[in-house]
Design a protein around this ligand. Structure first.
Ligand SMILES: [Zn+2]
Length: 449
């Protein structure tokens, strides 16, 4: 029944979704889930009570992992694939949210946000259906509503091409890598000659945190960002003026107005975690797709602030970002806008320079002010960047690790879950089966987070 030659024959034809057989072309990387014990910092992810049944599955995984690694495999272990490009359905969660395997959608009635959730989540999984933005219980969207049959959930389609010796693989790219007879998609974090090291749990390449190194790389698959706070979707804002200054006023439409002349006071964002009953907390690396996993959450400090500004005259926007190793301030010009017009902006930790005495801290990691006079800020939205770190199960004795000739250090974007070089060490170029050059998003998923 299985015919490996068919693997070679799935050509991509632009704009056409060829027939494919999932059982033959799925990329399998979903069978190992993180089963670390519940966290010991008080910041552990919520334990999904109804995942107890799932834990039995995990037990099976621990006892007989090989049995689970099979299924409909592509079955090739040799490196070269003699096709120009091929299309595959993504399976599994190790590259989420950059690439999504099968998943379902849930909507928050309070925030009107759509989140991707694990395909196994049911309406009874209350903690897995907790909105990551507000903590309210979400409604699971029946896939049948999207015109699919009841047993089908959405997944991205992927286009993979042969390697071209004229275009060597670079950091930040996605590749299909083969091990144990299956293909997996990973991101290249380090190439030959690079040194991978640790700073506490965080991964460094040549002395720079991986996400800091890769965030500026232009790529068809930029590093994923995750929504932390969308002020326009909150009735009670998490932003507040420093020292309770009355000069910042929030309108019913969630616009922040500063009326006075001269520099505004700081407007500070105060984070709260749904995992601690919406009490004050650092921003952590939770992600709705992983909510059902029992794992330890870690704090993150690579944040973005987006918004829109309306100003009667030229102003300067200053944004302060908290970082474990020194707070930074980022600056942008706000040119005068016409009446009724507002102009979007986005600033990140990476735009900033270190500065002392900024009004930010772990639990209040972003602050903004306007220099020069009145302004109206709207749509204030905070995102976090994926941060790459090792987990408890990963060896720490391997570092520093120098990547040898013809080797790659590969990571999955779903950092708590992915099986990659943190466990398996570097991969050789002979294991790289192709370069990921495109993705076709499942149509019903485009507005979801
Ligand atoms: Zn919500």
């Amino acid at each position: 029944m299985y015919n490996r030659n068919r693997y070679r024959s799935t050509r991509s034809s632009a704009g056409v979704n060829p027939q494919y057989n999932r059982s033959e072309f799925a990329l399998l990387d979903h069978v190992i889930r993180d089963v670390q014990e519940k966290g010991n910092t008080g910041a552990a992810a919520s334990v999904n009570r109804s995942y107890l049944a799932g834990s039995l599955t995990l037990l099976v995984l621990l006892i007989a992992p090989l049995a689970v690694w099979i299924a409909w495999s592509i079955g090739r272990s040799d490196a070269s694939i003699d096709v120009e490009s091929s299309r595959f359905q993504v399976s599994g969660e190790s590259m989420a949210p950059t690439l999504m395997g099968e998943h379902r959608l849930a909507s928050c009635p309070r925030c009107a946000l759509l989140w991707r959730v694990h395909p196994g989540v049911t309406g009874d999984d209350s903690s897995a259906l907790q909105c990551a933005h507000c903590g309210d219980l979400m409604d699971l969207i029946d896939p049948r509503v999207k015109g699919r049959n009841a047993s089908t959930v959405a997944a991205d389609m992927l286009e993979i091409t042969d390697l071209d010796p004229n275009f060597p693989l670079a950091r930040g790219e996605l590749v299909a890598v083969s091990w144990e007879g299956q293909l997996h998609v990973k991101r290249i974090a380090a190439v030959a000659g690079d040194t991978v090291d640790l700073e506490r749990l965080k991964l460094l390449v040549n002395g720079i945190r991986v996400e800091d190194l890769l965030v500026s790389h232009s790529s068809d698959f930029p590093l994923p960002k995750f929504l932390v706070d969308d002020d326009a979707r909150r009735r009670e804002s998490r932003w507040a003026a420093a020292q309770e200054s009355p000069l910042w006023e929030r309108t019913p439409a969630a616009k922040w107005r500063y009326h006075a002349k001269g520099d505004s006071p700081w407007l500070v964002y105060h984070h709260q975690s749904i995992h601690s009953a919406n009490r004050s907390s650092p921003v952590r690396d939770d992600y709705p797709f992983n909510v059902g996993l029992v794992r330890q959450l870690e704090s993150v400090d690579r944040l973005f602030l987006g918004g829109s500004a309306a100003v009667h005259d030229d102003r300067i926007l200053e944004v302060a970002f908290f970082s474990e190793h020194g707070n930074v301030i980022a600056t942008a010009n706000l040119p005068k806008t016409e009446t009724g017009e507002s102009r979007p902006f986005q600033l990140s930790y990476h735009d900033g320079i270190e500065a002392p005495e900024l009004p930010v801290a772990a639990n209040s990691p972003v602050a903004v002010r306007v220099r020069g006079g009145g302004a109206e800020l709207s749509q204030l939205s905070i995102e976090r960047l994926v941060e790459y770190r090792i987990r408890r199960r990963d060896s720490r004795t391997d570092y520093p690790l120098r990547v040898g000739s013809g080797e790659y250090f590969l990571l999955g974007d779903n950092v708590p879950v992915s099986v990659d070089s943190r466990q398996l060490g570097t991969f050789s170029s002979s294991q790289i089966a192709g370069r990921v050059i495109g993705v076709e998003r499942s149509k019903s998923m485009r507005d979801s987070l």
